[in-house]
Design a protein around this ligand. Sequence first.
Ligand SMILES: [Fe+2]
Ligand SMILES: [Fe+2]
Length: 285
Amino acid sequence: MSGKRQSQTKHGDVINRCVCAKLYRVFTAKISADTQIKVADMLFSSFHTLANSLLEPFKEKLQDSITHPFTALKPWPNVDQILHEADRALKVLTVKPYSKRPYPGLNTNDPAKTFTPETRKHVAGLMRINHTGEICAQALYFGQAFGTTNPHNKTLFVHAAQEESDHLAWTAERLESLHAKPSLLNPLWYVGSFGLGALASRLSDQISLDFMAETEHQVENHLNSHLEKLPEQDDTSKAIITQMKIDEIKHGQTAILHGASQLPVFIRHSMATMAKLMKTIAYRI
Ligand SMILES: [Fe+2]
Ligand SMILES: [Fe+2]
């Protein structure tokens, strides 16, 4: 049997299994092998042209899906990286934070001794919220650094987290001076914020930057509201919050300088709702 005949038999066997088997048999019986090849070529080239023109409007989106963070192109973290993050979380949650800059309340007359028990409780509640907010900021930025594969953004997020550690140290010190404890739920807030930061980064570096800008913007508004809620004579807490506010504005501007834009309104509202829940709980426990 010739090679051409053998190939025809093989193709015939395959096509016999499909619904078009009958048509194929008529086609192969009546038309020569050369003509069959020409017709197949014509059909394939028509199909190729048609598929190309149909997919043209979606080419950009298809390209996006190839570089999508959940594909194998963005490597998943290894065990060493996960252990490193777990170690970092333990340090943030258990080790006394260290501040590179001086305590902003250093040159103020701390009125804490003159506070009534109710006022002390109120100020402690506000500072507990701020301390938990800084735990979340650490977790968020380390999560974002963990989730990105962009070395430039990784450095940006780690640097931001390190700057936030001053805030963590100051709020912890203020809580101590008020004889108050940090929130019992800090480990929970850390895990949630870390997950959120890592997810934002895995989704895309753009979303991650947008998220950073929006977080800092919401923190700035929140600190403004705390400046109003604090007792008038509490210059110590106010000095801490004022310096934190200056830093948070700077962080937001950094994100914008790196290309952050505004997140969709429903995401901004969801973030605000989550922050409200955290504040309500941290004020009490
Ligand atoms: Fe902060
Ligand atoms: Fe910040």
